[in-house]
Structure formats: structure tokens, C-alpha cells
Design a protein around this ligand. Structure first.
Ligand code: SF4
Length: 100
């Protein structure tokens, strides 16, 4: 399954939502999460993310593996997002700071 990681926090561009064919994405006030029960591993969302926040679980660095559990837990607790939102304030500044 694909996993949303820390770069999303505070940006939340939500381009991912426009490419996901199966409405995997959930969100809270700070970021999005992928529901691992629905993800079909199409890979479409990863290149669509302007801040490179999304990776397949098997490619996560050891210090990012905890995001697998975070996505599973938070996707179960938060609503589905089915349309793109305006990014969070400061998203462009954060993206530039990440060198994107
Ligand atoms: Fe949706 Fe495909 Fe990304 Fe899974 S890999 S969250 S199915 S766009």
C-alpha cells in the first residue's frame, strides 16, 4: 500500500485526491492519510504529490515506517476527501523550503 508521510503535514496540497481511482484519501486539519484497505497500489498519487510525501510502504526508510500505522489509524478516524482542497496557508513556502 501507499503511505502519506511527514512532508504532507502543513501543506496538504491534495493533488493526490484527484488521481486516486478508489477514494483512498482521508484528511484532518494537518494532512491526508491513505486507507490501506482501499489502496490498489496503482502508484498514481506518489508522482502527483508536489512535496514527495507519498511512498509505497516497502520503500519507506526505517525511520518512516511508523507512518504505515499512522495512515491506517488516522484513515479509520477521519472522513474521506473526494475533491481537491485549497492547500494550507504557507504550503508554498514549505514546499520551497523542501527544495521542491
Ligand atoms: Fe489511490 Fe493509487 Fe495512491 Fe493507492 S496508490 S492511494 S489507489 S492513487
Amino acid at each position: 500500500t501507499y503511505v502519506v508521510t511527514d512532508n504532507c503535514r502543513g501543506c496538504r496540497y491534495t493533488e493526490c485526491v484527484t488521481v486516486c481511482p478508489v477514494e483512498c484519501f482521508h484528511l484532518d486539519d494537518s494532512m491526508t492519510y491513505i486507507d490501506p484497505e482501499n489502496c490498489i497500489d496503482c502508484g498514481g498519487c506518489a508522482p502527483a504529490c508536489p512535496v514527495g510525501a507519498i511512498e509505497p510502504d516497502y520503500r519507506l526508510a526505517a525511520d518512516k515506517k511508523f507512518w504505515i500505522d499512522v495512515n491506517r489509524r488516522r484513515a479509520a478516524e477521519t472522513p474521506v476527501i473526494s475533491a481537491r482542497l485549497v492547500p494550507l496557508p504557507g504550503a508554498d513556502e514549505r514546499r520551497l523550503a523542501l527544495g521542491r
